[in-house]
Design a protein around this ligand. Sequence first.
Ligand code: ADP
Length: 613
Amino acid sequence: MSETIEFQAEARQLLQLMIHSIYSDKDVFLRELISNASDALDKLRLESYRDKDLEVDTSDLRIELEQDAEARTLTVRDNGIGMTRDEVVELIGTIAKSGTAEMLRQMRESQEAQAEDLIGQFGIGFYSSFMVADRVEMVTRKAGAAEGVHWESTGEGTYTLEPVADAPQGTAITLHLKAEDAEDSLHDYAKPDVVRRIVKRYSDFITWPIRLLSGEDEGDTDPVNSRKALWARPPSEVTDEELTEFYRHVSHDWQEPLETMRLSGEGTFEYQGLLFLPSHAPMDLFMREARRGVQLYVKRVFVMDDCEALVPEYLRFVKGVVDAADLSLNVSREILQQDRQIQAIRKRLVRKVLQTVKALQENEPEKYRTFWGELGRAFKEGLITDPDNREAILAASSFPSTHSADEDTTLTAYKERMPEGQEAIYYLTGASRSSIENSPHIEAFRAKGYEVLLLTDQVDEVWTDTVSEFDGTPMASIAKGDVDLGDEDVPEGFDDLLSWMGTELADDVKEVRLSSRLTSSPACLVGDPGDLSPMLEKMYRAMGQEPPVTKRTLELNPKHALVSGLRDKQGAGEADPDVARLLYGMALLAEGGDLKEPTAFVNTLAERLQKTL
Ligand code: ADP
């Protein structure tokens, strides 16, 4: 009994894209299918180790590519874990991968040509079959299950499912190749040479044998691939191209990696690792359900994907493989979190990544810029969550600053530029460079020639609260606390004004005092160290939480005519509370803040202006 089912809306969209694709590198469909087959074999082997009662044949695990030149079909067959009917519906009929909805939104907004770039950037797995086939059939049987299922689709909206009584174990995917590719001798996938070349190029490192079966030479059962685990081979024997294809296999990314890293340990704990930094941010980098971790192998046997025990959250973009010698194949994720060996490897892995980023920063500025632009915001989370490595993370980070309009600076370079007398690394946080660059808080620092870091990522609001120094030099927000730039004597005669204003503005500010950080603005607002910054308050509200009320201090510039004029009026008993309110509002506006009652502010201002006409 056959049933017809509709693809989920997002899946339909992706398929349309595939069918009409002009993506130039169609060969990659085979890499995707072989990658899936290899994963299915890994999973079956592991399952059979763990479940001794599972009735499966693991004596000849392999991938077969069978061609029929006359019928123009190519079948990719594995005898791996297989899928149940429900798994087929869920895994093939829908797109569950986080971030894909976002990707599709981008596609909808972009022109057709850019859609091709998106395919190249994010990959589309099994669906890439529809770049080369106008009809795809799949027969699959889950390991241990009695019955299999036949799936078929032209990719146009629906697919059919039908039970199969005598399906072999594993999955066979048959592509009915598009007629148009027959004329292209380099891309005619019914030809053995074409397929052999693609396997060598994209899938050589796959550790399972890949055999070519094509009507003509039935006897040829030598694997096409050389099957060497890349991480176990000496680095000098591995080409960049092999590394790139391996990276694509483990990361499901279609781009080249930015950097390759190797790990190895001998002695008490024996392990090897082959790790990668991606060249662009994964789609789900800032999603709650983001995937994290590397693949874990035990003596060449695949144990799990996304082993989060090996990688801290702030390095969730690191991809690759760790092969540990002395673990049980039965380890659970919970046990791994406690395992001493895993903890030791994780420590080394973190150190390796930090060293690699630092080395890029020092020696390969182009690559470092790419890394930082794509992944810096995640990387900086480590300043909060990994206190043991804080200094190394700070050293490998870079920040925009008043020193240059377009080049970020390292903290080390900042320190080298510090003039005599400057005692701290100064920074200001806020929503955007343009809004904080001209904030009144910066005036006196500019005048003294002190550089200020301009920190505009949300994560900056948080880590700056916990990091108090770098390399022996304190770090200080110029919008918080008292600043003492060591200048002049405190001007006198303002005490009455300050206490009068303090009373007038008691609902809004904690205190009113004179400022040494202002040169041209009349007033600014400053918090106490540890206070929530205005930006953090906004972040709380955006998350639907009401932040605790923080009153800040209003600082007045005694050299400003408005302030000294107000002092004189107040001394004569003629000060107008409206002017105090206006000064407070101006300070808020100058830092890019929001007025609580904008209409009242504007009305008062209009009234005062009118008097001057
Ligand atoms: P991806 O491989 O990136 O997860 P795919 O669309 O290629 O995305 O595949 C979706 C899922 O379908 C896979 O994650 C896997 O669970 C399942 N799958 C695909 N091919 C096979 C196969 N040959 N054997 C078993 N499961 C498979």
